[in-house]
Design a protein around this ligand. Structure first.
Ligand SMILES: NC(=O)c1ccc[n+]([C@@H]2O[C@H](COP(=O)([O-])OP(=O)(O)OC[C@H]3O[C@@H](n4cnc5c(N)ncnc54)[C@H](OP(=O)(O)O)[C@@H]3O)[C@@H](O)[C@H]2O)c1
Length: 286
């Protein structure tokens, strides 16, 4: 149980502060999720969403610490900068090279990454999908793709192909794993000839903008699992493509969101909350 549990609950100024930093952040469900986890676990906490544009993370974190900040989630576009802000990181964050969870230890940040465990938990535990021997396509090479790549690689898949609008970033991501026979890249224009995949992960932020990605139906078959890390309206276009391509599963990232949050909660408070109730609440449209 957390050192913070109940001890400060009576005085609002003493309640430990947590926050998610990113841009755009208005859509974030993290404050609701962590409030529910706190209620379920009997841990008093104050969790807010902080709009923070590219290049502003260090200043925002300094202000947050001054106000009593104890832990933070980091989302796009700051996951690379968050690593640089840490004095120490977990093995999984070091391997991923990006951080989505910060914990204040003394006068420095400890960094972790729970995106990969959150994704694998959602696919393998909630949706009961066996990832072993799957051919995987990852679309995107930003902070989220980088965060989940080592966990996807470790989950027993056969191979991973990475495709990104900016090809250099895909190459750098593949090099991170350093297993060229199992992790390679493909140009977007060559996707038509890339064959069929058993799992297609959309780790782009394309759904947050106007344009729909140009994806050939030849990528998917009736056994394909299509998974968009985004959720809500940002996931609609990719999931519509997946259904039109007759994928077996078309899943959004809401379950991953809840699972990675539970893992972050454990990093801060030492216990992992049950995720099902808040997942159902969000799925019902909360
Ligand atoms: N469910 C969860 O818990 C969870 C966790 C983390 C992230 N996410 C979601 O994952 C997505 C990516 O986040 P991130 O942190 O990786 O963002 P990021 O670091 O900004 O990276 C964005 C990626 O999307 C690509 N992209 C953007 N617009 C595109 C377009 N129109 N067509 C093709 N590719 C495009 C970028 O390609 P370039 O390199 O060419 O710019 C880059 O690879 C976001 O939607 C985020 O909400 C969900």
């Amino acid at each position: 149980m957390s050192e913070y549990a109940s001890t400060h609950a009576a005085d609002p100024d003493q309640i430990p502060r947590f926050a998610v930093f990113g841009s755009p952040i208005a859509h974030s469900r993290s404050p609701l999720i962590h409030r529910r986890f706190g209620e379920e676990s009997g841990i008093a906490l104050n969790y807010t969403a902080v709009e923070c544009r590219a290049g502003e993370l260090d200043a925002a974190l300094a202000k947050f610490v001054h106000a009593g900040g104890r832990g933070a989630n980091i989302t796009m576009p700051h996951k690379f900068d968050a690593l640089a802000a840490c004095a120490a990181v977990s093995d999984r964050a070091r391997r991923a090279g990006v951080v989505n969870t910060l914990r204040r230890d003394g006068d420095a940040w400890f960094g972790d990454n729970t995106d990969g465990s959150g994704l694998i938990n959602d696919i393998a535990e909630r949706h009961r999908i066996d990832l072993r021997s799957r051919r995987v396509l990852i679309l995107g090479a930003g902070g989220a793709a980088q965060g989940v790549l080592p966990a996807v690689f470790d989950s027993g898949v056969d191979s991973i192909v990475i495709c990104n609008r900016t090809p250099d970033r895909a190459d750098r991501l593949a090099d991170l794993i350093g297993e060229p026979t199992r992790v390679r890249t493909v140009y977007w224009d060559d996707l038509r000839d890339a064959g069929m995949f058993d799992l297609i992960i959309n780790a782009t932020s394309a759904g947050h903008g106007q344009g729909m990605m140009d994806l050939p139906f030849s990528l998917a078959g009736r056994r394909t699992v299509a998974y968009d890390l985004s959720y809500g309206t940002a996931a609609l276009a990719f999931l519509a493509w997946a259904r039109a391509a007759h994928c077996e599963h078309a899943l959004d990232g809401l379950g991953m969101l809840v699972e990675q949050a539970a893992d972050s909660f454990e990093v801060w408070h030492g216990i992992r909350p049950d995720t099902e109730a808040v997942y159902r609440e969000l799925r019902a449209g909360a």
